[in-house]
Design a protein around this ligand. Sequence first.
Ligand SMILES: C[S@@+](CC[C@H](N)C(=O)[O-])C[C@H]1O[C@@H](n2cnc3c(N)ncnc32)[C@H](O)[C@@H]1O
Length: 268
Amino acid sequence: MDGWTEQLVTCAEFERSEPGAARNPGHHERLSDMSAAQTSPPTRWEQQVVGEKWDFYANRFEKMIADGTDLEGEARLVDALAPRQAAVLDGGCGTGRITAALQRMGHRAIGVDKDAGLIDIAKQRYLGVPYLNRDLLLLDGDVLTAVGAPAEFDIIVLPGNVMVYLAPGTEREVLRVLTGLLKPAGRLIAGFATDRDYSPASFLADADALDLQVEHQFGTWDLRPFENASDWTVAVLRRPDPDGQEQAPAATRWTPASQWHSDPEQHL
Ligand SMILES: C[S@@+](CC[C@H](N)C(=O)[O-])C[C@H]1O[C@@H](n2cnc3c(N)ncnc32)[C@H](O)[C@@H]1O
């Protein structure tokens, strides 16, 4: 098991533990200041990850960074699928690790999360990387352009169980909002545990209702197969391209040698 896969297991172990009883007043004061918290339903994250449990989650990344744990596996998959210098939205970015990795890989990435405390950590840890404290339900092109971000995206990524921590019953609406922020043929990639209230089957039904095409379903971010017993799923959905013009970038296509002409660089 590589360090990154190990991290996912650690994350799953954490998330399966019972919510801590103690509250973190600082965290909740920050949340009560947020207009987003006042105008949108509480997420499962806000309901379940409070007090000591929130502190544990927030602090563990510092230790993993210090230990040299690989925290960027999800970003590598996004990078493989994305055009160069792609516009990428990291939805439910938490402490910002994937946004920062994507930015470093040359993409125009922005991280968005409803948890003001986690966004504070992200901004302090990854200076110069754009993060926005906002409920995904309340996101639109105007909000994004007002902070200098793209209004539409090549890829929207939801790593680390975001789908199963949304407010109950809002999952399809969040997907609808995010689909509206995808370019034609843009992709939405989500990874989450299969043993929660919101199941992979519900996710695929919501995708179908929104006309999102299921391109792939893996069992891990390093592309192991999805099976009935998989405890994790990574789904790659694509927004239809009405003009049907989308095709793989030239660098990923191969011209048969029989069709090469005197300027082989054009075909290589
Ligand atoms: C397990 S954390 C994952 C964080 C990050 N994606 C990562 O993998 O490091 C789940 C995140 O989803 C966020 N979240 C849940 N519902 C949300 C919503 N409606 N809008 C924005 N963020 C949301 C939570 O605030 C939390 O930070």
